[in-house]
Ligand binder design. Structure first.
Ligand code: ATP
Ligand code: MG
Length: 584
């Protein structure tokens, strides 16, 4: 949705950004130059773990804190780059001692604990493929993901094992080794992570993987259907490192906090790889979202770059500005958001509350890294996801069977597509060749998202192609309607879906959650509808508004509109393995 409020960046902001001039950099950029930000290994080999950990040791950064864990009780554990190097060496040796060979898959089912970072980077060091699972998954989602990846090794905790893995273990004949991080006992198919680590050597020579060797297996969020296992290779680190540098503006002195769980791609690409490749200190909060706690961490850890998601930002917004104003947040230099469209209201709120805006950026599990972003040096148009990264060519197209035609008219709606290839582009969906092939046409990767581009080159998210509403000849993006709804003082979150209608084809229906201090009532319903009609016009405004305490979301915080729609229409709910909050 367009607003007239542009947040201008002065020459001071631009001057201190890693990328002071976007247009210039976009013209001269090459991925070969981005590759030069990394060490690489002899003979053109490349290993993510080397770039994230070991290469910093030779630059006198070994004693620098790589990971700072804020435990649930607020105590702190620091792991330096030196420590991380030794710990990942040990874990790489553990994997070899278990008889694993290059390319086999190591899974984690862990909260944001030190072991998770040791396991991910140690596996990559040993040339294995790492796949993180979200610790809040139930047994079925755990089973299906372990099964499709033919997991050989799983690292988890006692409690998670008992609840989620033990009941399904006999259905996983390939799963040979389960390491428990909080148990000393061994036997019955279980190993103690601690004892294995103790017995392992601290010396290890990183495996010289080919840039095209598989490194990561990431499952998509499951917002639109059955999650897909996207395959990424070591070469992806070129994009991780570069995008961390220009889209998150990461600098070596930063205290960087990515709030995403590594169970999702954001938590790995930007919660492990990009920050460590850029040599920053990363803050990791082991606890779950809590408004007071988050502000406390921002202050006490002197967070300078903060990467989070719209669902959290909307919750902070709903709680008002007081909690923020009590804290000294002056260390924050750059704030970014990903995962869902960031409503203009939220951008303006953040600029008011923090003195600087959240910078929305767009990408997918499949793209492996940030593709479109609001950069530190660039004016922010609230509601826009920004411009393509240097090195990325984006376009808006209309598809007619196999053919794509480019939409050149400013603000014309079409599918967002990206020119192939780029380093972090997925190399496949595991065991789903057909589904993978369907994502490409004519040298373009088809994102499945609809967007528009304005005359300045800014991109605007319209909606997922499955979610867009076709009403009386209009194409309505749920994002636009939701953003208008949350402008209303009573509304904290909104989800808009299209329902079949004899006359209009489809009509919009909205589900809204209210801010504290507001109660559902008919009067409020009318008032919100009135506001929507005024903002959007009667053709686009939702016909019906339903109050909900919570909206159904994936565990990565994305609103599952398809579920609301399926329920509304009495259709099967489909794959809900990633569903978090729910209320029918
Ligand atoms: P699935 O593919 O399984 O349905 P998913 O698409 O939600 O799940 P992810 O890869 O985690 O899985 O999410 C990528 C999608 O999230 C994008 O295609 C887009 O729809 C949405 N998204 C991410 N960032 C943004 C953003 N800044 N603005 C708008 N949408 C975004
Ligand atoms: Mg998707």
């Amino acid at each position: 949705m367009m607003t007239d409020d542009i947040i201008h960046k002065g020459s001071r902001d631009a001057g201190r950004a890693n990328m002071p001039d976007y247009r210039q950099e976009a013209t001269t950029f090459s991925w070969t130059e981005a590759r030069a930000l990394l060490d690489g290994l002899a003979d053109g080999k490349l290993n993510i773990a080397h770039e994230c950990v070991d290469r910093h040791l030779s630059r006198d950064s070994g004693s620098k804190v790589a990971l700072r864990f804020v435990h649930k009780n607020d105590s702190i554990t620091d792991i330096t780059y030196n420590d991380l190097s030794i710990l990942t060496n040990r874990f790489a040796n553990v994997l070899l001692s278990l008889g694993l060979v290059t390319g086999e898959r190591v899974y984690s089912l862990l909260g944001r604990k030190p072991e998770l970072y040791i396991v991910s980077l140690g596996s990559l060091k040993a040339g294995m493929v790492f796949s993180p699972l979200f610790s809040a998954f139930g047994p079925e989602p755990v089973l299906s993901r372990l099964e499709i990846g033919a997991a050989r090794v799983l690292v988890t905790t006692n409690a998670l094992y008992k609840r989620k893995v033990a009941p399904i273990r006999d259905r996983l004949p390939q799963l040979e080794h389960v390491l428990l991080i909080d148990s000393k006992k061994e036997g019955d198919g279980l190993l103690s992570f601690e004892s294995e680590m103790q017995h392992a050597s601290t010396e290890f020579n990183v495996v010289a993987t080919d840039p095209e060797d598989t490194a990561l297996l990431h499952f998509t969020s499951g917002t639109t259907g059955r999650p897909k296992g996207a395959i990424h290779v070591h070469e992806a680190v070129v994009a991780h490192c570069y995008t961390g540098r220009v889209a998150l503006d990461l600098k070596p002195d930063d205290n960087y906090w990515c709030t995403a769980d590594p169970g999702w791609v954001t938590g790995t690409s930007y919660g492990i790889i990009a920050p460590l490749a850029n040599g920053v200190t990363m803050v990791v909060d082991e606890a779950e979202f809590d408004i007071e706690r988050w502000y406390r961490i921002l202050e006490s850890q002197r967070v300078s770059v903060w990467y989070t998601a719209p669902t959290a930002i909307r919750m902070l917004m709903a709680a008002g500005t007081e909690a923020a104003s009590k804290r000294d947040l002056s260390n924050i230099r750059f704030m970014a958001s990903v995962g869902e469209p960031l409503n203009p209201e939220a951008v303006l709120w953040s600029a008011d509350t923090f003195g600087k805006p959240f910078h929305d950026n767009w990408w997918q599990t499949e793209t492996g890294g940030i593709m479109i972003a609001n950069f530190a040096s660039m004016d922010v148009k609230p509601g826009s996801m920004g411009m393509p990264l240097p090195g990325i060519v984006a376009s808006i197209v209309e598809r007619d069977n196999g053919d794509v035609s480019h939409v050149t008219k400013p603000m014309g709606i079409g599918e967002l597509v990206l020119k192939t290839p780029w380093p972090s582009m997925m190399r496949g969906y595991l065991n789903e060749e057909q589904r993978y092939k369907k994502c490409f046409s004519d040298g373009w990767y088809l994102t499945g998202d609809l967007a528009m581009r304005d005359s300045d080159g800014y991109y605007w998210f319209v909606g997922r192609s499955d979610d867009v509403i076709k009403s009386a000849g209009h194409l309505i993006g749920p994002f636009e309607v939701e953003s208008a709804l949350i402008e209303h003082a009573a509304v904290s979150e909104a989800a808009v879906i299209g329902l079949p209608d004899e006359l209009a084809g489809e009509v919009a229906k909205a589900y809204v959650a209210l801010n504290p201090g507001f109660e559902p009532s008919e009067g409020l319903q009318l008032d919100i509808r009135g506001h929507a009609r005024k903002r959007l016009g009667p053709a686009v405004a939702p016909r019906e508004i339903i109050f909900r305490k919570k909206l159904p979301k994936t565990r990565s915080g994305k609103i599952m509109r398809r579920l609301l729609k399926a329920r509304e229409m009495g259709l099967p709910e489909g794959d809900i393995s990633t569903l978090e909050t729910d209320e029918k």
